[in-house]
Design a protein around this ligand. Sequence first.
Ligand SMILES: [Zn+2]
Length: 121
Amino acid sequence: MYYGWVGSYIRAAERESARSAQEAEGAARRAESVAIRIQDQLERQALLIRSLLEMCARKGLFTSEEFRALVNEVDLSDGRLDGRFKPQGGPRNCPECGKVNGKHAVACMYCSTPLPDRELM
Ligand SMILES: [Zn+2]
């Protein structure tokens, strides 16, 4: 007896499996791209902060104790003393598709377009 339907079922499952694998690869590439962009931003910010502190030290503008006190003050200005400065922001519209994304989103959850960075200053 010939069971041709079994072979077509298996081929359909294989096609679906290959499509899922391609989608997963795409998602991984997008996530890697976002991670690289964040890393780049952090390194640029570190450079700016380090340069600013060096300039201030050279000009004798403040002591390290005064600086640490100010860091704590600024840290608290967003409502939490947690070693971070996270200005409050609401949901944002995607620049590509226009759909609304959550306030913590770094890329559009509908079309994966990276969302513009929030202004920190
Ligand atoms: Zn979008």
